[in-house]
Every structure is written in C-alpha cells, then in structure tokens.
Design a protein around this ligand. Structure first.
Ligand code: ZN
Length: 189
C-alpha cells in the first residue's frame, strides 16, 4: 500500500522517535513492505517511519540508484532500532534532498564512514560498516528518527534562501508527483 508522505511542518518530523517492540515483528514486516512501496513510488532511496507519520526508530533504504549501473554497489535494507556506534573517515559534501521537503536541495557535510548496529526483519541483531552513498543515505534517514532534517544542517545563508520555499510547504502548497500529507493533515495525490 502506498502511504502518504508527511511533509515539512508536521511535528512528527521534529520528534525523537521511539524504539520498536520486537514482539510486533509481523506488523513491522507489513509496514516495511508498505514503506518500500511508498519509497519506490516516490523515486526515493530512503524512507524513515516519521515520514509516514510514525515516531518509531525504523527506516528503509535502497541506495542502488545512487551508484553507477552495473557496479553491483548499493544496498536494500530495513533497519529496526538502529544505533550509529562509530563515525569515521574524511567528511564528504553532497547535495541532498528529501521526500518530505519537495523541491529543495542543499549541500550537507557528513562523515564518510559509519558503523551501525540494528535489528533485521527476522529480529536478529546486525552490525556493519557503511561507506560512500550507503553511509550518506543511512545518515540522512538516521537523522529523521532523531527529529533532524537535512535543512537543519545547511549553511545559515542557504537556510535564509530557502525560508520562503519552506513556508509554502508548511502551507501545503507543494507540487509533488507522489502521495503526500500536508502539515494541516490534507492528503494529496
Ligand atoms: Zn528525508
């Protein structure tokens, strides 16, 4: 089921999300299937639970479109109750966007390597090191479950420049080619 993506201005995007109860794994699996469907429909490479209105520590990614075709790189994965335990490597700069903030992009500096622990869809603990675009996408989604948006990390000049555009999104005046839920609770698309 394609779920409406919550837009900038909804308070759920500013909340620190809560850990999921693993006794709910079957329901989590169903939700993850909907999150993948929603993400692919919107041509996104990551989607976090707050973006579908749930303040839970859960996100999905599929970073394959961020790599050269045929490179074999990229990862499709669902992360339950993830924790970034280490950040390393040189900082990297990349122009990010977000399905909750359509039409706005901006340069965000992040560490290039992270180590993360999480629970997988079978309820098993996992640990892995991620780099390149995998680390980029994961850190963006991880920020979502901390209530942080990429626009919070832009330079003060860039923040100033996008202020007007953000206000139009808050008012629900957006042009997205996927299902969205405005801050006022209206569902479009
Ligand atoms: Zn985002």
């Amino acid at each position: 089921m394609i779920l409406p993506i919550v837009l900038y201005g909804d308070p759920v995007l500013k909340k620190t999300a809560k850990n999921l109860d693993l006794s709910e794994l079957p329901a989590i699996n169903n939700l993850v299937a909907d999150m993948y469907e929603t993400m692919y429909h919107a041509h996104g490479v990551g989607l976090a639970a707050p973006q579908i209105g749930k303040d839970w520590r859960l996100f999905v990614i599929d970073s394959q479109p961020m790599y050269e075709e045929g490179s074999g790189k990229g990862r499709k994965e669902a992360f339950i109750n993830p924790v970034i335990v280490e950040k390393s490597g040189p900082d990297s700069n990349y122009e990010e966007g977000c399905l909750s903030i359509p039409g706005i992009r901006g340069d965000v500096v992040r560490p290039s390597v992270i180590k993360m622990q999480w629970i997988d869809l079978e309820g098993q603990p996992q640990e892995a090191v991620f780099d390149e675009m995998d680390a980029r996408v994961i850190q963006h989604e991880y920020d979502h479950i901390e209530g942080v948006l990429f626009t919070d990390k832009l330079s003060s000049l860039r923040k100033q420049l996008i202020k007007g555009k953000l206000n139009t999104i808050i008012k629900g005046e957006v042009d997205a080619d996927y299902r969205v839920r405005t801050a006022a609770g209206k569902i479009r698309g």
